[in-house]
Ligand binder design. Structure first.
Ligand SMILES: C[S@@+](CC[C@H](N)C(=O)[O-])C[C@H]1O[C@@H](n2cnc3c(N)ncnc32)[C@H](O)[C@@H]1O
Length: 389
């Protein structure tokens, strides 16, 4: 439906709290919600809607410039809709967009990354690359289930009640086949439990009961897209350098660089569980806070840092992004003569904020690549190449 053809919603008044109103959904936000406007022009976010939907929605939260609503009924569905695969879609806390056709999911993610750069007043880089997913279902190699006696499922949206599931449409088939085993074993447990299932490359499934998240070591949840990210990193890091893989986990992004690098320092609070002799001999693992490690290395640089050979760094922090003292960290990288940096992030706004922090300190944004690690959700993985002299 074109913008001109859109039907005006029949509610002539601004929507108020708890009110059920009829709204025309006009857009899809990068946060995942459909976007409508009431008659006063105020934006209303409605989960599980798509642009072009005419819906009945209940206002649940009011702010001065926007309101949040919940979907009551789709009166006229948009042509951008698809039929969700999961019977529990909308109740389960996992997916936001099973009802949205994949091309629109991907477009919204790419536009969202551009919008986040623009909000930070960052120019578009010369090179912009997009990596949508080839596999939009059955891609997750790790899932976290919750159970209580014979009830097994996922946490619901915004609560800790369990939505029972038989299978998960975005999980690998091997994980789905294992769910019945977990349910049987869970029945014997006296307390509520959490179980994390992960499938290995050979198809075998590991189950960790009541452990910390990613207790087996952090691993990207989409193996296929992870390969493409690793390849992108390899293409963009210069050879024959020292590489700092910061927030490096098990050196997922740097191990492949070992044959062409001087030495790789992988720094992470957790250390890989795999055997030491599995790793190339020029990778050193440092179990440390990244900030503390980088500052300490910079302190040990003797005399003039221009004498230090140029090196490269990868940063891939958790969702919160880099800590507040980013300028101190950037200054330490300068002393270590880091001249190229790959910044990876799974939360677009914090990633863009951190890029801006580097650019304000004289770094240049050369490339951005966007990877869909999380089809059917609003999440997206971004990577940037920055350089400085
Ligand atoms: C998004 S993961 C990235 C891991 C890795 N680059 C990969 O691709 O698998 C973030 C990592 O940061 C680590 N981490 C979180 N806070 C940290 C900190 N303050 N210092 C060092 N590592 C940290 C976590 O253990 C986790 O492995």
């Amino acid at each position: 439906m074109s913008k001109n053809q859109r039907r005006r919603p029949p509610n002539p008044r601004p929507a108020t709290g708890n009110e059920v109103c009829v709204l025309q959904v006009e857009d899809l936000s990068r946060g995942g919600n459909g976007v409508a406007k009431d008659s006063s022009g105020r934006v209303i976010f409605i989960p599980f809607t798509a642009p072009g939907d005419l819906v009945k929605a209940r206002i649940t939260r009011q702010k001065s410039h926007y309101a949040q609503a919940e979907l009551v009924q789709v009166l006229e569905p948009s042509g951008q809709r698809q039929v969700p695969l999961c019977p529990v879609f909308g109740r389960c806390g996992g997916c936001d967009w099973q009802h949205v056709a994949y091309p629109l999911q991907w477009q919204t993610k790419c536009d969202g990354v551009k919008a986040a750069l623009s909000r930070q007043d960052l120019p578009m880089p010369q090179s912009w690359q997009e990596y949508p997913a080839n596999r939009i279902w059955s891609y997750r190699n790790r899932i976290q289930l919750r159970g209580k006696k014979s009830v097994l499922g996922f946490y619901s949206r915004a609560s800790h009640s369990i939505v029972p599931v038989e299978r998960c449409a975005i999980a690998h088939e091997e994980l789905n086949e294992y769910i019945a085993t977990v349910r049987e074993q869970g029945k014997l447990r006296t307390k509520p439990y959490k179980v994390e299932l992960a499938v290995d490359a050979d198809g075998s499934v590991r189950a960790v009961w009541d452990g910390a998240t990613a207790a087996g070591g952090f691993e990207q949840i989409n193996s296929e897209q992870n390969q493409r990210l690793r390849h992108w990193v390899m293409e963009n890091i210069s050879n024959h350098r020292t590489v700092l893989d910061l927030y490096g986990g098990s050196a997922n992004l740097s191990a492949q660089l070992a044959p062409d690098s001087q030495v790789i320092h992988c720094v992470d609070l957790s250390i890989p569980l795999s055997e030491k002799n599995q790793w190339p001999s020029n990778i050193s693992f440092h179990r440390s806070d990244v900030f503390a490690w980088v500052l300490e290395q910079a302190r040990q640089v003797p005399g003039n840092s221009a004498d230090v050979p140029p090196s490269s760094a990868i940063i891939d922090p958790p969702r919160g992004g880099m800590p507040e003292q980013l300028p101190q960290f950037i200054e330490a990288l300068r002393r270590l003569n880091v001249t190229e940096l790959i910044a990876v992030g799974c939360k677009t706004d914090t990633w863009a904020r951190d890029l801006a922090g580097f650019i304000h300190q004289g770094w240049r944004l050369q490339k951005v690549a966007v990877f869909d690690f999380f089809p059917q959700t609003a999440h997206v993985e971004s990577a940037a190449l920055l350089t400085c002299n």
